[in-house]
Design a protein around this ligand. Structure first.
Ligand SMILES: Cc1cc2nc3c(=O)[nH]c(=O)nc-3n(C[C@H](O)[C@H](O)[C@H](O)COP(=O)(O)OP(=O)(O)OC[C@H]3O[C@@H](n4cnc5c(N)ncnc54)[C@H](O)[C@@H]3O)c2cc1C
Length: 467
């Protein structure tokens, strides 16, 4: 009997732990460990967990068709997992545990403890890198050290890719009929008592296998060729919107890569901008493993952070969270986040720059708020994104590069279509008026909470003063 421990890898295709657990056809039991206390501490958003649960229901049904029952262990914290899995393995007389690696520090410590305990009772543990195309530690400089800069990392990553088989694994084989009963998946399985079950738009974010795979296929067939030109315009559906699925493992990066290759007439896929974004995702995960301080929210470049005095601007922070800064594109972006759980990448950069450079609020607060609200909240990418925007990250923008929100608005939402979607009260205004700080005060919109030029200068002065 094999135990398959499912976490953020909720898929049947290209799931190495599942595939190899099933290979010998000796019978597999899947298990999920619910740790709401830990998840809350990690700021896992209710939306993300609701999507995770819906997807788990789908996966449980599909596993049932392969004769793989699903056990559900209701625990609280990561520390509870090892003894609970040991008990389950003993009860089922499991001889092996299969799982796909996760890379943040707490997750790795949890997994190490699980393996230590299980192996001491004679259960072998087998981990796989299903969450990445190239495992951490395998894209290194000529000196054998991790890359700290993205472009050379991506160059070496591409070279490495050409030397390996990155084809997704198929569906696993059916198992012998099992006498182990499946556990029900309760509605509130991701939350502790007193926590509300989140509602999210299932039209926007369907959890089913067919819908996820159709989204990938249609993006490859219709949008990827224009991705480079379209991806910066939030009113255009120019990006794949696959991030929530990659984050919970409903889709693997190898499936994305394979789709991209299959949809390309020639070798152009290797230099495609979309692949580059998938490589950023890989880069941030590689950094997490190579530099454990990242998981403790240490800046990648402490010497930069040492020159910034973070401000305790409670009111301004609250206004940013509500989408009431008086900067229309910043506010529209925050409304998109609050209403859909997702935000366009260009806008994530804008609102993060606004918070950390114009309001000078610590990037960790913005990162936590994002995690609490994003349906695609992903520790590594979120951390990387926030450190990049606040200039304290690996290969980050220099500190003096501070987005001008009005200019960003004019460039990336020229006809104010995005602004008017999320701030419909601005409909009577012209596009030019919508770009202005404090637009629509007479229509009920807030005045600008900071003056861009003064705030920018003050940030630069602070930075220079600590040189
Ligand atoms: C401040 C900040 C916070 C972010 N937080 C998250 C987060 O919590 N979760 C998350 O998945 N992404 C995060 N990103 C990265 C990026 O904004 C999203 O991945 C992207 O907007 C998702 O939309 P998409 O699926 O349409 O992406 P596409 O443009 O279609 O890209 C395809 C995939 O590549 C990956 N990707 C794209 N851009 C990046 C990037 N800059 N860094 C890492 N991976 C990338 C994602 O998995 C994405 O789904 C953050 C970026 C910033 C600047």
């Amino acid at each position: 009997m094999m135990l398959l421990w499912l976490r953020n890898d909720l898929r049947l295709v290209d799931n190495p732990a599942l595939f190899y657990a099933c290979e010998s056809r000796r019978g597999v039991v899947a298990v999920v460990t619910l740790t709401p206390g830990q998840w809350r501490e990690h700021d896992e958003s209710p939306l993300r967990m609701a999507l995770w649960r819906d997807r788990l229901l789908e996966v449980a049904g599909a596993l049932g068709e392969l004769n793989i029952p699903l056990k559900v262990l209701r625990l609280d914290r990561f520390g509870d997992v090892a003894p609970a899995l040991c008990d389950l393995a003993a009860e089922l007389r499991a001889t092996e545990l299969y799982f796909n690696y996760e890379y943040p520090l707490n997750e790795r410590q949890r997994d190490r403890e699980v393996c230590r305990m299980l192996e001491s009772t004679g259960v072998s543990c087998r981990g796989y890198h299903g969450e990445l195309i190239i495992p951490p530690g395998q894209v290194l400089t000529g000196q054998g050290t991790p890359f700290k800069v993205f472009t050379p990392f991506s160059r070496r990553w591409r070279q490495q890719l050409l030397t390996r088989d990155a084809k997704p694994l198929g569906l696993p084989p059916e198992q012998p009929v099992s006498s182990v009963p499946s556990d029900p998946i309760p509605d509130d399985c991701c939350y502790g008592p007193g926590y509300e079950v989140a509602e999210y738009s299932r039209d926007l974010w369907p959890a089913g296998e067919a819908a996820v795979s159709a989204r990938l296929q249609s993006f490859i067939a219709e949008q990827v060729q224009d991705y480079r030109e379209q991806r910066d315009f939030p009113s255009v559906e120019g990006t794949s919107r696959l991030s929530p699925y990659l984050t919970i493992g409903a889709l693997s990066p190898r499936q994305c890569l394979n789709g991209l290759i299959a949809g390309s007439a020639n070798d152009g896929w290797l230099d495609s901008t979309w692949l580059n974004e998938l490589i950023w995702r890989e880069f941030y995960r590689h950094l997490l493993v190579a530099f454990p301080g990242q998981s403790r929210l240490e800046p990648f470049r402490p010497e930069v952070e040492a020159r910034i005095s973070w401000q305790h601007q409670e009111e301004a922070f609250a206004a940013w969270c509500r989408g009431e800064t008086g900067y229309p594109l910043v506010d529209a972006a925050m409304k998109q986040l609050l209403h859909t759980g997702w935000m366009h990448n260009r806008l994530r950069m804008l609102v993060a720059s606004f918070l950390t450079k114009l309001l000078r609020v610590d990037w960790r607060r913005g990162a936590a708020f994002f995690m609490q609200h994003l349906i695609d909240g992903d520790f590594a990418s979120n951390l990387g994104g926030w450190q990049w925007c606040s200039s304290v990250g690996a290969d980050a923008a220099p500190y003096f590069r501070i987005f001008n929100p009005q200019r960003q608005s004019e460039r990336f939402d020229p006809d104010a279509a995005f602004i008017k979607t999320w701030l419909p009260e601005l409909a009577p205004l012209t596009a030019a008026q919508c770009h202005l700080p404090g637009a629509g005060v007479s229509l009920g919109r807030p005045a600008a909470i900071v003056d861009y030029r003064l705030a920018r200068q003050s940030a630069l002065d602070d930075y220079a003063a600590h040189n």
